[in-house]
Design a protein around this ligand. Sequence first.
Ligand code: MN
Length: 387
Amino acid sequence: MSQKTSHLPLLPPPTIPQSPTASSAASRSSRTFSKIKFGLLAGVLAVSTVWAYSRLVGGCNHGGALRFGSDEWEDDYTGVSEGMSGRLGYTLVKDIPTGSIPGRGKRGVKKGEGDDKRLIIVGDIHGMFDEFRGLLDKISYDSDSDYLVLAGDIISKGPDSLAVLDLARKIGAHCVRGNHEDRILLHYHDIQRRKRKHHRASEVEPESPPESEEEDEDEFGNMELEVGEKESRSLNVERKLAKSLSKKQAEWLDACPLVVRAEKVPGLGRYYIVHAGLVHGIELKSQDPLAIMTMRTLNRHLAPSPKQGGMHWAKYWNKMERRKAHGHTTVVYGHYAAEGLDIRRHTKGLDSNCVRGGRLSAYILEANKGGRVEEDIVSVKCRNYLD
Ligand SMILES: [Mn+2]
């Protein structure tokens, strides 16, 4: 193009304003100004990002940075930044292998034969070891033929979280992440980060004494200035549990996805297993991960909430599923102890409040001799550990 134009007669100078130098200076200065503006904007953005990140991770700020609200701890878990570090690297969904879905063996289920495979989902165990073992006995759990999924809140509150974890790992149980696993993992990773930080600090100054356990307690004790006595106590209980986790136990918990999915249970359709709930009509990857672990209700805009005031998400789910002629999806969940065992057509609520003297419940899918997959509920009575 430029070569071609060079053969053409020179064009007359373009009509430009009277003072070309002034104009180009003006445009230069405006360009410089916008460069400065851009630089400033980028700077502000960078600083605020670093600040937000440091608040989020809470690495260097002791005491003030990790702000845990009162009842958010257990139920009203509304702060979005809380728990983010605990959820770094979480898995959204894991599929149950086709071969483990009842009625979907290699040859399918023949009439009169049945199927020894069962899909078993157990609600909020909360460290109630004896009851968990009692329930496994009652359903004659067999790790060779049963696919067991623990629907979150396996640990915390109850007497023996670590024993429940070890038993779950030993028998090959699967899991989804509950709000309590999420919190304990948040603490666990925070403790690990502090340990690494102290380790690095002691490498720089070899003469300084190694940080003791008490140091960590003291650091953590500053939280009492930020939260009430009750919250501080439950914070310490959770911190202790997080501290007592072995690497293997923490890794097992970390690997629990938010959703376990069974595609095409014969005659029943798709199953999702989550801890708290899902919003109907929104694909999994667009659901709020925090809400999957904490929701109980929906407001009129279908925004999920951990509170009990609005419409139970399960009610809305069933209402929408009933409109479909085929391709149904059933959700099995826990978390909503106030509702207790809540079995509806397309949702199965399993938190029957074991830790407060209710029952520990299992939802079981099994192909019967007629080749149909049927559901069953089996539960055991629990001691009243809390209250
Ligand atoms: Mn829960």
